[in-house]
Design a protein around this ligand. Structure first.
Ligand code: SF4
Ligand code: SF4
Length: 712
């Protein structure tokens, strides 16, 4: 214990000195400056390297070897340093050439100048890489020396590497270096990056490999996940507020997410198989990323900027990597909460890979979907995802104007946690399938066949949702009870609705019309569910005998559609657009409710169609996350909008600059019958449009033409 204390007394100042050297490297103006930093880093490395040589095999010989090793590195470093001091700095030389060039020197000097500039640039990149390499080497050697000094015996190269990088000596010292260096740079880093780096250091601190203690493993997974979720929420909100970002930020975020995906997968592999290699590689990767960022901190703000919304592949990569990180995070939390039975239960349900080639391919596909879906359907994955996406919905509530939409968004959060997670997973988990609506599983029952005992509950679910959709529109399902509402309606995902208008596929799915693609997809979705339900029923009552590798076909289809495909469509927003489940028509329960809604009371109305005629922004159409760009045309034609694809999100109502639009459903119908007016809960005064700068009045028919011609 006392030894550990002494070692930490050495490690903490070392971390501080390394941070000082990093700061010095950042502000180095000449080659000698940077050479000094390198020399000091080499000196530190040689000191710890010598200690490792001795501790691996303590003897007089190893002391001599260690001293020799130290002497070679220190003398070699000193020669390089003195050589650099003897040279004039490169910057000075360039300045001299510049002066002579500006005085009318020859082209030869211009070429020389360009070459020197190139040299400075390449020098700075290579020197940055050298600084990063030496910092990591330093940490590695110090960690190795301290691991040995703590009594561990490490002989095999790979296990030494993973043991050292995964140890408290390496990880906690790195955390200290991150905190020290970011504190020293606090005035020079943009505030957002100061917060991001601090959060990164917290995530790194909760490395489960750092301490050999089972409680630490459990709590570090919980707390590290919370820290990572917090950081991701911060990054989402940052992106929502900063649509134009530099290429350096884009690269950093993508690389950070790649490291986090690797980190979570690495912890998963470590817990399942005992190998920490993937995890420690992610730690090293994150450190390289971090030091690379602060050593070229100017590029955070000065590199080329553009909107991330114009880069679908970047967004796809960002969302895909986020998903991978969260997938493994969810699995890890489930494993901590439910114990090893969580994974062994999944593994036990997998199909053996044997038989004909077709059977083997089927088994691989089945196993992949079951493994994937078992995690995405698990309570802790949903809780973790809900906390993250729910925070973005809370942010959305704070910027939403309409009280009705605010209340709906609050209901979205409540429904997600109470109705979709708490009650089914923690209260009624044993008999959930027989409780109508609650155990709905998109209207196919829960985790089982369409058995006679559940048939009543399934039919009652359709009846309940159908009645609600008839009275209030499909929004009771698609914009409140379905988990999709939480996923799509936070600030960050909502800002991606622009992809509905710009992606190739999104353009095909715009407006209320049913494109051929929509007809094909929705027919397959409905057809497959109906056929599977019939097969499942016949199988349950013993008329036929058919399962898919031992799993009921409806249940498998449910996992495939909603625990696998749903997430693929979600991370493909840049290519499909937002609310892909509605725009493609691939969700059978959504289709059912949307068509019932179309014949029910629900619609959008405007107080004054002439205001839409004169409206130049048509903001309602731009705001719709489903891509219903034919809203204004319908308002002008009939003062209302009815579409089976309208799921009552309400962004169009919020977006109307004249506060002209409002919801109408059975409550409006009653008000109308009672002579209380029809404008629903949206009873704000009209904003006068006359006199708005740049506003011109146009006739109703001209406006109609204009609107309709702009639609695909
Ligand atoms: S279409 Fe289906 S998945 Fe999408 S929001 Fe509606 S019920 Fe949910
Ligand atoms: S509802 Fe509002 S935003 Fe939409 S066309 Fe009418 S006035 Fe313009």
């Amino acid at each position: 214990m006392l030894e550990q204390l002494w070692l930490w007394i050495i490690a903490v100042p070392m971390a501080f000195i390394t941070s000082l050297l990093v700061k010095r490297a950042i502000y180095a103006k000449s080659r000698p400056d940077i050479a000094l930093v390198l020399y000091l880093l080499v000196t530190m490395a040689s000191m710890f390297g010598g200690a490792v040589i001795y501790l691996l095999s303590p003897s007089l010989t190893s002391i001599i070897e260690a001293l020799g090793f130290n002497a070679i590195l220190m003398i070699g470093g000193a020669i390089v340093l003195l050589h650099n001091y003897a040279e004039r700095s490169l910057d000075e030389e360039i300045r001299k050439i510049s002066i002579s060039n500006s005085e009318g020197d020859s082209t030869e000097n211009s070429v020389q100048l360009a070459q020197q500039h190139a040299a400075v640039h390449s020098l700075s990149v290579s020197l940055r890489a050298s600084v990063i390499f030496l910092i990591l080497l330093n940490e590695f050697l110090m960690g190795w020396a301290f691991v040995l000094a703590s009594g561990a015996s490490t002989q095999i190269v790979l296990s030494t590497f993973t043991k050292v990088v995964g140890s408290d000596w390496f990880i906690f010292t790195m955390v200290l270096e991150m905190i020290f260096s970011v504190y020293m740079l606090r005035h020079d880093l943009p505030k957002s990056f100061f917060i991001i780096v601090l959060a990164q250091s917290v995530v790194m601190f909760f490395a489960p490999t750092a301490l050999n203690n089972s409680n630490w493993v459990t709590y570090s997974i919980y707390l590290g996940s919370i820290a990572m979720i917090g950081l991701l929420i911060y990054i989402y909100e940052y992106l929502f507020k900063n649509k134009i970002i530099t290429s350096a930020i884009r690269t950093y975020f993508l690389a950070l997410l790649a490291m986090y995906a690797m980190m979570m997968a690495g912890i998963f592999v470590w817990i399942i198989q005992g190998s920490a290699l993937l995890f420690v590689l992610s730690i090293l990767g994150e450190m390289i990323l971090y030091f690379g960022l602060i050593l070229s901190k100017n590029s955070i703000e000065s590199s080329k900027s553009r909107s991330w919304l114009t880069d679908p592949w970047w967004v796809f990569g960002f969302m895909g990597l986020t998903f991978v990180a969260e997938y493994f995070m969810g699995a890890l939390i489930d494993m901590q909460y439910y114990g090893s039975s969580f994974i062994s239960g999944i593994t036990a349900s997998l199909a053996p890979i044997s038989g004909s080639v077709i059977t083997q391919i089927g088994a691989v596909f089945y196993n992949f979907i079951i493994y994937f879906g078992s995690v995405t359907a698990s309570p802790w994955f949903l809780i973790m995802m809900g906390a993250e996406m729910g925070a973005l919905v809370v942010f959305k509530i704070t910027i939403t104007r309409e009280l009705e939409t605010k209340i709906r968004l609050l209901l979205v959060i409540a429904a997600y946690f109470i109705y979709s997670i708490f009650l089914p997973s923690f209260v009624f988990s044993s008999n959930i399938a027989s409780i109508p609506f609650l155990g709905w599983s998109m209207g196919v029952g829960t985790a089982g066949a369409v058995a006679p005992v559940f048939l009543g509950a399934i039919l009652a679910t359709y009846l309940i949702t159908g009645v609600l959709s008839f009275l209030f529109g499909a929004r009771q399902t698609c914009s409140v009870f379905c988990t999709a509402a939480l996923m799509y309606q936070g600030t960050f995902p909502d800002s991606m609705s622009v992809f509905n208008r710009t992606s190739k596929l999104g353009k095909k799915l715009l407006t209320s019309r049913m494109s051929n693609l929509y007809k094909v997809v929705s027919s397959i979705a409905i057809g497959s569910i109906i056929i599977a339900a019939v097969v499942s029923y016949l199988n349950s009552v013993g008329i036929i005998s058919f399962t898919f590798f031992g799993t009921d076909i409806v249940y498998f289809l449910y996992i495939f559609y909603f625990n696998f495909l749903w997430y693929i469509i979600f991370i493909s927003i840049p290519f499909v657009g937002t609310y892909g489940c509605v725009t493609t028509g691939y969700c059978h329960i959504g289709l059912f409710n949307q068509f019932v809604s179309r014949i029910g009371f629900f619609r959008l109305k405007v107080k004054d169609p002439m205001q839409c005629v004169n409206c130049e922004t048509k903001d309602c159409a731009k705001a719709c996350p489903v891509g219903l760009t034919d809203l204004p045309g319908n308002f002008i034609k009939s003062g209302q909008f009815r579409s089976h694809k309208c799921i009552g999100v309400g962004d169009c109502v919020s977006a109307c600059p004249y506060e002209n639009e409002y919801f109408y459903d059975v409550r409006g119908w009653f008000r109308q019958k009672l002579g209380m007016g029809t404008s629903g809960t949206q009873s704000r005064p009209h904003l006068p449009i006359i006199g708005r700068p740049g506003h011109s009045s146009i006739s109703k028919s001209a406006a109609l033409n204009k609107v309709e011609h702009t639609h695909p």
